[in-house]
Design a protein around this ligand. Structure first.
Ligand SMILES: Nc1ncnc2c1ncn2[C@@H]1O[C@H](COP(=O)(O)OP(=O)(O)OP(=O)(O)O)[C@@H](O)[C@H]1O
Length: 306
């Protein structure tokens, strides 16, 4: 078994891009000393603190971390929906001041227009920008082809499965040519098999388009399979605990998930996440309790009590 080193911050290097991939046009994301505090009626919540991270042009980066560590908060700040309390978020050197066409955003919930066909959904953003009918149709058909959806261009969303709807959502976000794609647990609502297929389609599309991606997930296998690098966050207030390079070759193939390299990465990530998830639960769960040994039975015989 070959051991894969887990890198701490500043040590992770992205693997070289595949020779066949197009050269990315911009898409450098820099987050520096980012902090976000929510002020609510119940008091202030420090959601994220002292986060600095980078997504290089054309890089696929994932963020994993325990529930409530601020992953969505970071993504929303990159999307321009939230302003940092302090620190900076820039895209190609320009501070993010709000949502913009340079960033496509995809959430777990599907957000298609039910009264429009698949192709009309994909063309919508282009139409808003005044792109002509023929050019719109050509762009939509190319992207739908890449996502394996050509046969469904005239279907309405209610005729599509969850996986198809999410693929249409991704295609729609890509249609306007963003430099960065931000995905917040996009496959979280899908069954395990569909999820694997979606990962394969996304990695294939990304390899063809080579735009920068920030991907949030709870699924370690998904993060490893898709990413060039993975940031692991601590429990709240979230900060970066580790930065891990994924040195698996491209294109990614499902068989790689059985490789010793993949499994070594998985083990390393699992132990980092477990540590933080236990902390996020307020430390009330001990190792003993996880084994069912810490429950006080007062000398009673379990089968008789039940
Ligand atoms: N509008 C808000 N007001 C107050 N607190 C908030 C608000 N939005 C989020 N929070 C809190 O900030 C913290 C970070 O939330 P966030 O949704 O970014 O975490 P997350 O890592 O994406 O969580 P999950 O993995 O469960 O989706 C959480 O403790 C959450 O309860």
């Amino acid at each position: 078994m070959s051991a894969i080193p887990l890198f701490r911050r500043d040590e992770a290097k992205a693997p070289a891009a595949a020779a066949s991939a197009p050269k990315p046009k911009g898409g450098l994301v820099e987050v520096t000393d980012f902090r976000l505090r929510y002020d609510s009626a119940e008091g202030a919540v420090d959601a994220v603190t002292d986060v600095s991270l980078t997504i290089r042009p054309g890089e696929f980066v994932s963020i994993i971390g325990p529930s409530g560590c601020g992953k969505s908060t970071l993504l929303n700040a990159l999307a321009g929906f939230l302003k940092p309390t302090s620190g900076t978020v820039t895209v190609d050197g320009e501070p993010v001041k709000g949502p913009g066409a340079d960033r496509g955003v995809i959430f777990q919930q599907y957000s298609l227009f039910p009264w429009k066909t698949v192709r009309e959904n994909v063309e919508f953003g282009l139409k808003m920008r005044g792109v002509g009918r023929a050019e719109r149709a050509r762009a939509a058909r190319t992207l739908l082809g890449l996502a394996g959806l050509s046969a469904f261009e005239n279907h309405y969303p209610d005729r599509l499965s969850g996986g198809m709807k999410q693929r249409v959502g991704i295609v729609r976000a890509l249609a306007t040519g963003p430099r960065i794609l931000l995905l917040d647990e996009p496959f979280g609502a899908l069954d395990a098999q569909t999820r694997l297929i979606m990962q394969q389609i996304l990695t294939n599309m990304w390899q063809r388009l080579k735009i920068s991606v920030l991907f949030i997930t709870h699924d370690l296998d998904e993060a490893i399979f898709l990413s060039d690098r993975i940031y692991v966050m601590t429990s709240r207030p979230g900060t970066v605990k580790a930065e891990i390079a994924v040195p698996l070759p491209r294109p990614r193939e499902p068989a790689m998930t059985m490789s010793s390299e993949f499994l070594a990465l998985r083990r390393g990530l699992m132990s980092l996440i477990r540590e933080e998830s236990l902390k996020a639960m307020g430390g009330e769960i001990s190792e003993e309790a996880l084994q069912g040994l810490a429950i006080n039975l007062d000398g009673q015989d379990i089968p008789r009590v039940l």
